[in-house]
Design a protein around this ligand. Structure first.
Ligand code: SR1
Ligand code: MG
Length: 420
């Protein structure tokens, strides 16, 4: 029997020697590791990420660490998240072709994935802070969310396959637990790892005193933890998206699990709204309005592409046990009402999740650079306050925000509001 290979984190110095026998690497970048240039570029909260450049090409090597990088080894985290990330990438590639980096090699013992190097792509969050536009962004993301949601559900999948997959992903306990605590629960009480900008105290007190808000947040947590409707990316924020001026890809699905159909859509919109509210700190009056309106267009584009693609898939790929043609079309009856009701529920859920994500990135652990890079703390707290109050409106009134225009109107109103 082979001796299991002991997990060891990679270092730039050792990487060449350790990966020199991996054909998936040498076949792409060249066989002599002495000619490779290795840079560790991980700037996320959890993992090591290396760019490995050889004479014939470049690959990304991503390795999980046995703890939360952001916090340190006092917070252990299972290496098995790389196993789920690999499975998620494979499923996303099949369900939304061309949307994620290609996986070249997976080493379970080393919790390591070798994948496609995306160049000249940049992290979308950086582009949003820098005021750069991306052509087709909303359409791409809306289609990605619709395809992965629809094709990962029993609207499309055979029940046996979907249930087997739910079983597989159910083995991932600790990673969803991060979201369950940091996203859904911690923002609403003074949890140990929370922090927020000075000056926000009155708003934070108000949110935490609101029992209805907490009840709604917990109901959304119950949906997140218990509704295995589809395989979600699980952490679809602007740091999990890379783009050029006209090409977009989704990365980093290590938080993938089976969850609600509207979860990814909601997280994504939240991150665009946070980019929107933070803009007055990042640019001058000559480009502020134009860029903020562009972000709202991206939100609108995402939602309309999601609905259009979902409708298309409903028509052409509704092959699972849910809403079967046998009950509708085969009886000479339209399924439009069933589809539209489902789409409304997805949108309502998405707006609720959106509000919660807006809260957690301002109040819990792991804030986002959109706000964190604002040096002027008074301005920062004013902008974050708008974000917090709109987030509360979304959680509390998701049912009555019935159109994209209603969402955008709300954003424009809060953007002008002096909450503090
Ligand atoms: C402890 S991990 C903190 C956050 O980083 C990831 O990107 C997820 O967003 C998670 O909530
Ligand atoms: Mg990530």
């Amino acid at each position: 029997m082979d001796t299991p290979v002991q997990y060891r984190p990679l270092t730039p110095e050792e990487l060449g020697a350790r990966l020199s026998t991996v054909a998936a690497v040498t076949g792409r970048i060249g066989t002599d590791p002495d000619t490779w240039e290795v840079r560790e570029v991980g700037d996320g909260n959890l993992n090591l990420v290396f760019i490995v450049e050889g004479p014939e090409g470049t690959v990304i090597v991503k390795q999980a660490l046995p703890y939360v990088r952001l916090v340190g080894d006092s917070w252990p985290l299972p290496l098995y998240r790389a196993f789920f990330e690999n499975h998620a990438l494979v499923r996303q590639a099949a369900r939304a072709p061309g949307s994620v980096p290609e996986v070249f090699h997976f080493d379970e013992d080393q919790a390591l994935i070798v994948m496609e190097y995306l160049a000249p792509h940049k992290i979308l969050r950086r582009k949003l802070i820098d005021g750069e536009k991306v052509e087709g962004l909303g359409a791409f993301l809306g289609e990605f969310c619709a395809r992965t949601a629809f094709r990962g559900s029993e609207l499309s999948m055979k029940s046996a396959d979907k249930k087997k997959d739910v079983g597989l992903f159910a083995g991932n306990v600790e990673i969803p637990a991060i979201t369950e605590a940091l996203v859904f629960t911690d923002p609403y009480y003074d949890a140990e790892m929370n922090h927020h900008t000075e000056g926000l105290d009155p708003v934070v007190r108000e949110l935490r005193a609101n029992g209805v808000l907490k009840a709604k947040a917990q109901r959304l947590l119950m949906k997140f933890a218990s509704n295995t409707e589809t395989m979600v990316h699980g952490d679809l924020h602007s740091g999990s998206i890379m783009a050029t001026g006209s090409d977009t890809r989704v990365i980093d699905p290590e938080f993938a699990q089976y969850g609600p159909l509207g979860f990814d859509l909601g997280m994504l919109i939240a991150n665009f709204l946070m980019a929107y509210f933070s803009q007055p700190a990042h640019r001058g009056p000559e480009s502020l309005d134009d860029y903020q309106e562009w972000i709202l267009e991206v939100i609108a584009g995402t939602l309309s592409a999601f609905e259009a693609e979902f409708r298309q898939l409903w028509k052409t790929e509704r092959t699972g046990m849910l809403y079967p043609a046998a009950l509708f079309e085969d009886q000479g009856q339209s399924s439009d009402f069933a589809r539209d009701t489902l789409l409304e529920e997805i949108r309502t859920d998405a707006f609720g999740f959106c509000g919660i994500e807006m809260h957690r990135r301002t109040l819990s652990l792991a804030h986002n650079a959109d706000f964190e890079e604002i040096g002027d703390k008074t301005l920062k707290s004013r902008l974050e306050a708008r974000n917090l109050i709109m987030g509360a409106d979304l959680v509390l009134k998701a049912h009555s925000i019935n159109t994209t225009e209603a969402l955008l109107t709300l954003a424009r109103q809060f953007n002008k509001k002096d909450v503090l």
